[in-house]
Each structure stands twice: as structure tokens, then as C-alpha cells.
Design a protein around this ligand. Structure first.
Ligand code: NAP
Ligand code: HSE
Length: 422
């Protein structure tokens, strides 16, 4: 087996895990590592001359065969990767944002220069998902994915569920414990999961999904009361990244909270664990679950990709053909307003005659059938909370119904509207 020489950009959480774990392999040599600040204290011991604060020293180094990009973000990461590909270097990356936003350009450029780009760590961290789809599942027509792809939000939702605590309180605790970042926007507003499902669906459906067409809602509006109500109704609330594609290449790809039936594996995927459920033919339904982030789980995927290149390096002119991306079709996006879903609604209403009748009439007029409706008595301030679950109906209709209800009964407030998984 030939020895490959790699250059790493980024020696943070993932980069450090990769550096430490690669010490056990004598067919991979780390030549140079770029960081932002050379003088920063590090958890890894390495020769100082191995570090540079100029990533171009790495991507332009003629000795290096593979660039391992572990810095994140679109720019300047893209400029470094673009230069590396033009220099004929293979790429391993964990950068889901770059893949989601620049995937098409990235894979076109890599083919142009006969280089491979591997990115197992970018989707669900330590869970093997890209390589299985590209190899052993290649004979399948996958048409549905439902996944928990963000550990931070799953940790917050699990704590809200088990402790009955508010979103704000759990977020503060998660930040203190180092699970959530100081600026948690990327995770809690669903961007991170949206980046991941963009690439995952593109690969699984073999049809390109554009990130700007992915519908996204985060978890910031979820209430402890919704978690409790969901439990009583036989569900758990999770941030679900979902994607479906039909035979006409119409793709419905989105990230938003969902009530998930308690009998499913996704409902029992707790704390920082990720899970990916895929349905297709001929496999049926499978679920892959495991650690979606963290130093060593993510390093596991990065190292797997490096070793896959190392194994073939120097033995062929066209490395890893099955792992390459050739998307000739671009999926047609389905607008969220045109989708059919079941819904959970929590409505605060005055304790007045005819309120439930009004809710029923508006729903009937909008062709929305109710599956359950529940009011547990009356509050001290003479209001009531009415919980409704609908049957599958058009998103546009339920949104119009909610507007109509609050227009006709201004004292009514729709506290929550959450989609329900089947
Ligand atoms: P991190 O801890 O913030 O580390 C980022 C590293 O990149 C640092 O070493 C930093 O240098 C370096 N860096 C940043 N900007 C740079 C620049 N302009 N030039 C040179 N070096 C630069 O990030 P991370 O958590 O390891 O994440 C890295 C990538 O993996 C991201 O794309 C992330 O989305 C992805 N990922 C992370 C996880 C996870 O569990 N953390 C899981 C899956 C995927 P300094 O050390 O000098 O600041
Ligand atoms: N921020 C991500 C998460 C980890 O919370 O799952 C990196 O993909």
C-alpha cells in the first residue's frame, strides 16, 4: 500500500481528534496543518514547524496528496479547496455548509481535475451514511428520509421532555455544559440540519437538491406545555430533517419540529445521538443511529475517508469511482404550502359557548378533518386550552384556517402549530 501525504486545515475539535487517531496508521503521513492562530494552546502535541497560519502553504504544497478541510464555513474554505483541486489534490471534508451551498461547483471541479471529494463526517458525524448509500445501497431507489441530524437541538428537546423545563432554561444549561455554542443560531434555527439534509437527500435521491429550496423552522418557539401534551397523546417532539421524492422528481425537503409517534426509533433517539431512517426499494426501511458529533466520532468518519483514498492511491488513474458525484438531474422543489401533513394545534380560547363549534366549522370549511380534540376543563382566568390533532390536510388550508380563527375570534390565540409524523 502506498503511503499518502496529507495536509490538514483546522485543528479544532475535529482536527485534533483526527490528528490523535491518525498516529496509529503508518500509511498516512501528516505533512502540514493550517490553523488561524499558531500560538493557541492545543490538546495535541506536534512539532511547531508542522503548523502554519497560511492555508495556501498547505494547498500549494507539491508534496501533499490529500487536503483534509476541518475549518468550516464557506469562505475562505472554498478558496482553499478550489486551489487544492486545481492542484490535483483529493479532498476530505466535514464541512456541511460548504457542501450544501457549493456542492455542485465542488463536484464539477473535482471531476474536471480527476480528484475525489469525500465527506462522510459532514452528515451525522460518526454514523456511516454516505459510503453505505454509494456502495451497498446503490441498487436501491430511496424515496424517503426522516432523520435527527443535529445533536444540540436533540439534547435540548430531550431535556425539555424529561425535566419539563423551558427552551430558554435548557439552552442556558446546554451552553454552560459546552453542548451548545455561545451563538446557537446555526443549530437551534435548523440551519445545521438543513445543510445536512440538502446533501444527504441529493446523494440518496441521486438528484440535486438546492439548499435555498429547503424549508426550515427551528425549535426556539417550542413550549414545555407542547412536550407534555405530545407525551399524553403518544408522541415525542423532535427536530426532524425530512426529504421525499416522487417518481416525477418532485422533492419535498425540510427541517422543522414534529410530533413523532412514541413507537418509532426516532422518538427514542435522545440527547446528542443522531438517527437516519431511510425508505426505498428493494431494502424497505432501515435506520442508522449513533454519535452525530464530537471529537472522536467525527474523526472516525474523516479517517475512514482518508484511508479509502490511501487504499487506492497509486493503484489506479481513477480513484473510488463509486464515491464520485454525477448528478445530471436537479430535483423540482415542492413548496411547503402545497404539502400534506397532520397537525397538532394548541389553541388558547375564552371559555365561551360555541368556540369548539367554531373551530370545527372553520376546519370543515377548509376541508380539514379532525382526528382528536381535547379540552381539560377551564383555567382560573376563564380561558381554556384546546388541543387539536388533524388528519392529513393541505398546509395552505390549515394556515388559512388559523388566520380565519384568529380573525373571527380575536380572543383566541394559536399557541402552537406543529406538524405530526405518521
Ligand atoms: P473548531 O473547533 O472551531 O475548529 C476550527 C479550526 O479551524 C480551528 O483549528 C481554527 O484555528 C481553524 N481555522 C478557522 N478559520 C481558519 C482560517 N481562516 N485559516 C486557518 N485555520 C482556520 O471547529 P470543529 O468543531 O472542529 O469543526 C470543523 C468542521 O467540522 C466544521 O465544518 C464543522 O461543521 C464540521 N463538523 C464538526 C463536528 C463536531 O462535532 N464539532 C461534527 C461534524 C462536522 P484555531 O485553532 O487557530 O482557532
Ligand atoms: N452542531 C452539530 C450538532 C455538530 O449539534 O449536531 C456538528 O455537525
Amino acid at each position: 500500500m502506498a503511503k499518502i501525504k496529507i495536509g490538514i486545515i483546522g485543528l479544532g475539535t475535529v482536527g485534533s481528534g483526527v490528528y490523535k487517531s491518525l498516529q496509529n496508521f503508518d500509511n498516512v503521513e501528516i505533512v502540514k496543518i493550517a490553523v488561524r492562530n499558531i500560538n493557541k494552546p492545543r490538546s495535541v502535541k506536534l512539532p511547531r514547524e508542522m503548523l502554519t497560519d497560511n492555508p495556501f502553504d498547505v494547498v500549494n504544497n507539491p508534496e501533499i496528496d490529500v487536503i483534509v478541510e476541518l475549518m468550516g464555513g464557506v469562505e475562505p474554505a472554498w478558496s482553499y479547496i478550489e486551489t487544492a483541486l486545481k492542484n490535483g489534490k483529493h479532498i476530505v471534508t466535514a464541512n456541511k455548509e460548504l457542501l450544501a451551498k457549493k456542492g455542485e461547483e465542488l463536484f464539477n471541479l473535482s471531476e474536471e481535475h480527476n480528484c475525489v471529494v469525500l465527506y462522510e463526517a459532514a452528515i451525522a458525524g460518526g454514523i456511516p451514511i454516505i459510503m453505505p448509500i454509494k456502495t451497498i445501497l446503490a441498487g436501491n431507489r430511496i424515496n424517503k428520509i426522516q432523520a435527527i441530524l443535529n445533536g444540540t437541538t436533540n439534547y435540548i428537546l430531550t431535556k425539555m421532555d424529561t425535566d419539563g423545563a423551558s427552551y430558554e432554561d435548557v439552552l442556558k444549561e446546554a451552553q454552560t455544559l459546552g453542548y451548545a455554542e455561545t451563538d446557537p443560531t446555526g443549530d437551534v434555527e435548523g440551519f445545521d440540519a438543513a445543510y445536512k439534509i440538502t446533501t444527504l437527500a441529493t446523494i440518496a435521491f441521486n438528484s440535486r437538491i438546492k439548499f435555498e429550496n429547503v424549508y426550515r423552522e427551528g425549535i426556539t418557539k417550542l413550549r414545555a406545555e407542547d412536550m407534555k401534551a405530545a407525551n399524553e397523546l403518544g408522541y415525542k417532539i423532535k427536530l426532524i430533517a425530512s426529504a421525499t421524492i416522487d417518481e416525477n422528481n418532485n422533492a419535498d425537503v425540510r427541517v422543522h419540529p414534529m410530533l413523532v409517534p412514541q413507537k418509532t426509533l426516532l422518538a427514542h433517539t435522545d440527547y446528542v445521538t443522531n438517527a437516519v431512517e431511510m425508505s426505498g426499494h428493494p431494502i424497505g426501511k432501515i435506520v442508522l443511529s449513533g454519535p452525530g458529533a464530537g471529537e472522536f466520532p467525527t474523526a472516525s468518519s474523516v479517517i475512514g475517508d482518508i484511508l479509502a483514498i490511501a487504499r487506492e492511491f497509486g493503484t489506479t488513474d481513477y480513484l473510488l469511482p463509486m464515491m464520485r458525484c454525477h448528478h445530471h438531474s436537479i430535483a423540482k422543489p415542492v413548496n411547503i404550502h402545497d404539502t400534506y401533513n397532520k397537525y397538532y394545534l394548541s389553541i388558547k380560547a375564552p371559555n365561551a359557548i360555541g368556540v369548539i363549534a367554531k373551530i370545527g366549522t372553520i376546519c370543515a370549511n377548509k376541508n380539514v378533518s379532525l382526528s382528536s380534540i381535547l379540552q381539560k376543563g377551564v383555567n382560573e382566568n376563564n380561558t381554556a386550552v384546546i388541543t387539536v390533532i388533524t388528519e392529513k390536510c393541505l398546509e395552505r388550508s390549515i394556515k388559512e384556517g388559523v388566520n380565519e380563527l384568529t380573525n373571527e375570534l380575536p380572543d383566541c390565540e394559536v399557541l402552537s402549530l406543529i406538524r405530526v409524523a405518521e
